[in-house]
Design a protein around this ligand. Structure first.
Ligand code: COA
Length: 254
């Protein structure tokens, strides 16, 4: 079974996370497929918008923790960083349809989507500190910008989740609908985008993002260096091992 499904229909590329039994956690192989798909969508003039979606019960549990433990990203060319560079610089509109938990990169990738439609069961979290890690995807810059420092500190220092209503209020998402309606809404909006002049969409997105493009790129690089180092340090190793062993981590001596 393909863990990432790619569909191209009527100008819209839909990328579906399809590893529900592991809560759509993302492996290196899955990031590689998504990064390649974004490259292809960028190059193909027939693709005018991209939709990311998960399942009605789960968007994504974030990075696969077994991968974090056994095959941590080693270089800036690792699939996860290729994917993050791809989505954060993608020139055409990107829509996400989010239901259920969106953990770690499941939330931070949304900072780089233009339209996010969420089910009323959506729950967003960035528990990097709880895993002995630090933010990625420029979330250390974009979360305080969007949420204000106080709420970003609750999300990033305490790792506390926030729900769809809070995400709507802060502008991370565009609309909340029942979970069964999220995917169809995302497709309808993507079809609307696909019928508009692509050059206008690209130029409008570029202008809207211009103020933050270079700082986002720079922050992602800096985060990536720290994240790559911290993946190998004792706090993270303890957190990952505890998750695999289904026990609470013990940071008392770390
Ligand atoms: N990496 C690897 N496997 C994961 C995973 C992850 N990030 N998240 C969930 N899974 C696996 C579980 O180990 C479990 O596998 P098993 O059936 O072989 O035991 C299966 O997916 C179901 O997960 P479970 O925790 O039982 O589901 P739940 O509905 O109780 O909870 C979540 C869902 C998303 C809240 C919970 O799985 C979770 O917190 N996952 C970890 C999130 C995380 O810390 N991600 C890293 C962010 S940087």
């Amino acid at each position: 079974m393909n863990e990432i499904l790619i569909d191209n229909t009527a100008g819209v590329m839909t990328i579906t996370l399809n590893r529900v039994e592991k809560k759509n956690s993302l492996t290196g192989a899955m990031y590689a497929v998504m990064a390649d798909a974004l490259d292809q969508a960028q190059a193909d003039a027939a693709v005018r918008a991209v939709v990311f979606q998960g399942h009605e019960t789960i968007f994504s549990a974030g990075n696969d923790i077994g991968d974090f433990l056994n095959a941590p990203a080693a270089t800036n060319e690792s699939p996860v960083f290729r994917f993050l560079r791809g989505i954060s610089t993608f020139p055409k509109p990107v829509i996400a349809a989010v239901c259920g938990p969106a953990v770690g990169i499941g939330t931070t990738m949304l900072f780089h989507c233009d339209l996010v439609y969420a089910g009323d069961n959506a729950a967003f979290s960035m528990p990097f500190v709880n895993l002995g890690l630090c933010p990625e995807a420029a979330s250390s810059y974009l979360a305080p910008q969007l949420m204000g420092y106080g709420r970003a500190a609750e999300a990033l220092l305490l790792g506390e989740p926030f729900l769809a209503e809070a995400a709507l209020e802060m502008g991370l998402i565009s609309r909340i609908v029942p979970p069964a309606e999220v995917a169809a809404l995302a497709q309808r909006q993507a079809q609307k985008l696909a019928s508009k002049p692509l050059s206008s969409l690209i130029e409008t997105k570029r202008l809207m993002k211009k103020g933050q493009a270079s700082v986002v790129a720079e922050r992602m690089l800096e985060e990536g260096v720290s994240f790559g180092r911290m993946l190998r340090e004792p706090a993270a190793r303890e957190a990952f091992t505890a998750f695999m062993e289904k026990r609470r981590p013990d940071f008392s001596t770390i």
